[in-house]
Write a protein that binds this ligand. Structure first.
Ligand SMILES: NC(=O)c1ccc[n+]([C@@H]2O[C@H](COP(=O)([O-])OP(=O)(O)OC[C@H]3O[C@@H](n4cnc5c(N)ncnc54)[C@H](O)[C@@H]3O)[C@@H](O)[C@H]2O)c1
Length: 327
């Protein structure tokens, strides 16, 4: 039987890009209640509007910050399972490392502590492929060294390490998911790495030349956001009580291939413009990052569903529906 049957679930960071999809994925199951806990620093009402029409779904009314331990604790009362997606993103961590420490590291500690206090049956926590830094080998298995050099990746490594310690010390079940490059509807238009998809689409739909930094051979593992939401549920349903898993497709797509695919789907014959990376462009540091999907497939029964072409087609349809393609 599904663990989600009649379950009460809290989704921290549930109003964000991926969190919104986790919420709607959960509502496809026979859950009793899905409560969104979010401080709306980057979360958007649009991401959860549809889900909130379901009477089982609500926003925690007394606050939603992971730094507010008493409010977080009260949000977990009577809850069975928790999904933790709240975080400051890469560039924000670069500019504000102290706050990144408070939100991503201390905040994750607060989540783990509140889970123990409230006897949460299992926590699914969002980590990142950033823990690996630039790849020394591809595909990267979960044993790949932590070559990360930035504050964001450091906070994710700390989060995973604390999850392991909480499991060892208190028996809390925690699965951490290392997402590769996630793309899909509702994504921030300016996020580095994954932001390349909306940025390219913005250009092409405006009839302007798409821009590629470098020679376009840099390659990543792009995964559609609905697959990431499914991975969260798969991790919950699996028997594994502790572990870290890649969430990707294991398919290497160069930026040039990505651009060509978008041009093909948009039936555009625009010429690509190649420009060098600026001196402090964080993207220049990571040129190759593909995650092995073997461990996730075997241990949490997760396999991606959408090919890049299918995911991009869905994204392009969504952009048309909401009118972004006209802006
Ligand atoms: N998008 C990607 O490609 C990607 C890749 C790897 C990992 N991740 C991780 O996945 C998770 C979700 O990412 P996303 O792309 O949906 O980002 P997002 O910024 O859209 O979502 C994060 C959510 O957390 C909320 N939040 C921020 N600070 C908070 C705080 N102090 N208390 C409570 N809520 C807070 C934001 O308002 C937002 O709704 C994050 O942990 C992120 O690090 C994302």
């Amino acid at each position: 039987m599904s663990k989600l049957k009649d379950a009460r679930v809290l989704v921290i960071g549930g109003a964000g890009f991926i969190g919104g999809f986790v919420v709607s994925e959960l509502l496809k199951h026979d859950v009793k209640e899905v409560v969104i806990y979010d401080n709306f620093a980057r979360g958007k009402q649009d991401n959860i509007e549809q889900s909130l029409k379901d009477p089982r779904c609500s926003i925690f009314p007394f606050g939603g910050d992971v730094r507010e331990t008493d409010i977080l604790d009260s949000a977990m009362q009577g809850v069975d399972y928790v999904f933790h997606l709240a975080a400051m993103w890469l560039l924000h961590c670069k500019d504000f490392p102290r706050t990144a420490f408070d939100v991503n590291i201390a905040g994750t500690y607060n989540v783990l502590e509140a889970c123990v206090k409230n006897n949460i049956k299992k926590l699914i926590s969002s980590s990142s492929a950033s823990v690996y830094g630039d790849a020394v080998e591809v595909p990267m298995t979960e044993d790949h060294p932590f070559n990360n050099k930035n504050f964001y990746g450091a906070t994710k490594i700390a989060g995973e390490a604390m999850a392991t310690a909480f499991n060892d010390r208190y028996g809390l079940e925690v699965v951490s998911l290392r997402y590769m490059n996630v793309y899909g509807p509702g994504q921030d238009q300016h996020a580095v790495y994954s932001g390349v998809v909306p940025i390219m689409l913005n250009k092409i739909e405006a009839g302007e030349q798409p821009i590629i930094n470098g020679d376009g051979s840099q390659a990543y593992d792009f995964i559609y956001v609905e697959d990431v939401a499914r991975a969260n549920v798969a991790a919950l349903e699996a028997d594994m009580k502790i572990g870290n898993y890649n969430v990707g497709t294991e398919i290497q797509t160069s930026i040039k291939q990505l651009c060509d695919t978008i041009l093909e789907l948009k039936e555009s014959d625009l010429e690509v413009k190649y420009v060098p990376y600026s001196k402090d462009d964080a993207r220049a540091l990571v040129q190759n990052r593909i995650g092995s999907r073997q461990k996730a497939e075997k241990e949490i029964n997760f396999l991606y569903k959408y090919s890049l072409k299918e995911g991009l087609t869905k994204l392009i349809e969504w952009r048309k529906e909401v009118g972004i393609d006209q802006q």
